[in-house]
Design a binder for this molecule. Structure first.
Ligand code: AQP
Length: 345
């Protein structure tokens, strides 16, 4: 790691955090703490791109913060905060709205999926979401961004925005004696065996907070009984588990459950199929229940404890925001100079 390498990532406070958020993102956040300076953000400005009940949003911001801490993120060594407390995110997003091209945003599949058929009725914020995401990352000039597979396209757009800004303002960046690569193009870190965890009800659909069926996901605050019920009811096909990985092709539900087991246990799919291949799904599912309860149970319990102490959780967010703001304000001052705005010195 060089002195300037920095990790940034965010999670939306839009409902119950689930196993997909945990395995696709939070587990990696925890690991990266040992290698990088990390900034982890509860992205509440992103959350309101679709309607949120205000009291529920407040609860959810605290819950995501609690999940970060309960999973092992250290808010003293690293920065944990909520986005709306650092105004520079929104300020830089506006500049990026003027750098990004309509054609780029029109290609974003997440907008198409979330807006659905009623595009005219989607919020402008939902459409401009990727500019704000680029601002979140680049206001810290972060170099690495751990995300699940679904965020790959948005990350590519952040890279395009960084490069276009550096090119459009190359002369001004030089005139202000700043690094010509003012915004480093951020690298996505899409790693681990569970970069895309699928629904427990339909192996072709992403596990998601907004799925109406609670049986489609394991929530981080589910108790042992709920975890057991959901795993036992998870959709499977009538065939026994195959003996090797190739046999999981075209069996999305089986592949998903084996992937979840692999991610939670740190074992390979091949190793697991060596043990469970040829056997009944029920044996495999029983073992998966034990594993999931062992790994997620302590996190859920810690989250409950933290939920009972909102003053502590809020103090973590305020402290993190104060530290984040120092970095963000420095970037924003340079951006204002580069763009040609007049500012107080
Ligand atoms: N199913 C998933 N598998 C792996 N990673 C996932 N992530 C989300 N779902 C999965 C990753 O979790 C991080 C935080 O996600 P988010 O809450 O900011 O955004 P999201 O993708 O909108 O989450 P949901 O659950 O899918 O919400 P809805 O239902 O609103 O669409 C990101 O790094 C994401 O990649």
């Amino acid at each position: 790691m060089t002195a300037t390498e920095r990790v940034f990532s965010g999670v939306q406070p839009t409902g119950n955090l689930h196993l997909g958020n945990y395995l696709g993102a939070i587990v990696n956040f925890v690991k990266l703490q040992n290698v990088y300076n990390c900034i982890y953000c509860v992205v509440d400005l992103h959350a309101i791109t679709v309607w949120q009940d205000p009291a529920e949003l407040t609860r959810s911001i605290r819950e995501v913060t609690a999940a970060f801490i309960a999973s092992g993120i250290d808010p003293k060594k690293h920065i944990v905060f909520n986005q709306s407390q650092v105004a520079e995110h929104a300020e830089l997003a506006w500049v990026f709205n003027c750098v990004a091209r309509l054609g780029w945003l029109n290609r974003m599949t997440q907008f198409k999926e979330k807006a659905g058929k009623d595009r005219e009725n989607a919020s402008v914020g939902l459409y401009a979401y990727p500019s704000l995401m680029a601002a979140d990352i680049l206001v810290y000039r972060a170099t690495h961004v751990p995300v699940g597979e679904d965020q790959k396209q948005h990350l590519e757009l952040s890279r395009d925005i960084a490069q276009k800004f550096n090119n459009d303002f190359a002369d001004s960046i030089k005139a202000h004696n700043l690094d010509p690569v003012f915004f480093p193009p951020p690298e996505p870190l899409i790693t681990g065996p569970a970069t895309r965890v699928m629904s427990l009800r339909d192996g072709t659909k992403k596990m998601s907070k907004s799925d109406p069926s609670d049986y489609s996901r394991i929530n981080l605050n589910d108790d042992a009984d709920a975890i057991a019920q959901k795993v036992r009811k998870a959709k499977t096909d009538p065939e026994p588990l195959p003996g090797e990985e190739k046999g999981l092709e075209h069996r999305p539900e089986a592949d998903n459950l084996v992937g979840i087991y692999a991610a939670l246990s740190g074992r390979t799919k091949a190793d697991l199929l060596g043990e469970f291949g040829g056997g009944q799904f029920s044996n495999f599912k029983n073992s998966l229940v034990d594993l999931a309860v062992e790994k997620l149970g302590p996190i859920g319990m810690e989250m409950k404890k933290l939920a009972a102490d909102p003053a502590y959780v809020d103090s973590v967010l305020i402290d993190g925001s104060n530290r984040a703001r120092v970095i963000a304000a420095e970037t924003m001052s340079s951006v204002k100079d580069i763009v040609g705005f007049i500012r107080k010195r």
